[in-house]
Design a protein around this ligand. Structure first.
Ligand SMILES: Nc1nc2c(ncn2[C@@H]2O[C@H](COP(=O)(O)OP(=O)(O)OP(=O)(O)O)[C@@H](O)[C@H]2O)c(=O)[nH]1
Ligand SMILES: [Mg+2]
Length: 282
């Protein structure tokens, strides 16, 4: 049936591990056999049953003790160690042939921006036959204004360009925004009008930044980074929509029998064939 996985990334505290647990539970509800892999060598507590744990190969504490590295250097070393010892991961993955994988990654942003570790990992997964969707999470509370949004969007864009796999951007902790009444502040970012964003930025910044604002607007437009999907973990429909986008991006389920396919998509009546268009990344 093919090998599929979600690579769950994003800055520290953006909600990656929580997402992995919530998405695992949702997948199980829609009768998908799913396993969560922990690739954070510094993780201590787990909400989900860990099917494969990088800490059985290497931990940040060991690296810090043995090599006298600090926490960030220790993490980078541990991730590079993983990439150099992919045989270990290949062996572990052997137990889960054809199951759906959700991979919980560490939150250090340098892993996504200027160190090739994640790209190497993706390449190796692809060589093993996996269709990988990068799911990039941003905490919605950190994009409540235009400048913060630009900073978050560029972070997503940088990961998307480096990894070169189907990519879905997600705004997490929407339940918190709904409770505090701030959801309206991010609605405009969910269906982004780039020109409106540039106009707003121009109003907020000095004249000398206007060309930069336009250049950033063009960059977002050129790469089609036009949207984020909101995730309210308390709302099943929100999870359903997100999983459909991820499935479409990696063609999950296209080779399933019709009956199984029906089981796989609760509330699938609204399923929109147009979302197969991979040019449109969220
Ligand atoms: N209300 C609410 N809290 C959330 C949500 N997602 C995460 N949190 C909380 O935010 C904090 C960080 O969540 P984690 O899932 O540990 O985030 P992470 O990205 O895995 O963090 P690191 O592994 O440290 O990078 C925890 O206290 C979570 O309970 C959400 O959707 N809603
Ligand atoms: Mg985590």
């Amino acid at each position: 049936m093919g090998k599929h996985c979600q690579l769950v990334m994003g800055p520290a505290g953006s909600g990656k591990s929580t997402y992995c647990d919530v998405m695992r539970k949702y997948c199980e509800e829609v009768k998908r056999v799913v396993h969560v892999i922990n690739l954070d060598p510094a993780a201590e507590v787990f909400q989900y049953p860990v099917s494969i744990d990088i800490k059985n190969l290497v931990t940040v504490d060991e690296v810090m003790d043995e090599l006298k590295y600090g926490p960030n250097g220790g993490l980078v070393y541990a991730m590079e160690y993983l990439v150099e010892n992919m045989d270990w991961l290949v062996d572990e993955l052997g137990d889960y042939e054809d199951d759906y994988l959700i991979i919980d990654c560490p939150g250090q942003i340098e892993l996504y921006s200027h160190i090739p570790v994640m790209k190497n990992l993706v390449t190796q997964l692809e060589q093993l036959g996996y269709r990988v969707c990068s799911v990039f999470l941003l905490d919605s509370q950190f994009i409540l204004d235009n400048c913060k949004f630009i900073s978050g969007a560029l972070m997503c864009l940088s990961a998307m360009i480096r990894l070169e796999v189907p990519h879905v951007n997600v705004l997490t902790k929407i339940d918190v925004l709904k409770k505090t009444g701030s959801f309206k502040d991010i609605e405009k970012f969910l269906d982004l009008e780039v020109q409106t964003l540039v106009d707003d930025l121009n109003q907020e910044t000095d004249n000398r930044f206007h060309r930069l604002n336009s250049a950033i607007g063009s960059l977002l437009e050129d790469y089609n980074l036009v949207g984020f999907l909101p995730l309210d973990i308390t709302d099943q429909e929100s999870l359903n929509i997100l999983l459909q986008h991820i499935d479409n991006s990696i063609q999950y389920g296209e080779d399933l029998e019709p009956q199984e396919n029906k089981d796989d998509h609760l509330n699938d009546e609204d399923h929109d064939e147009d979302t197969h268009d991979h040019d449109h990344d969220y």
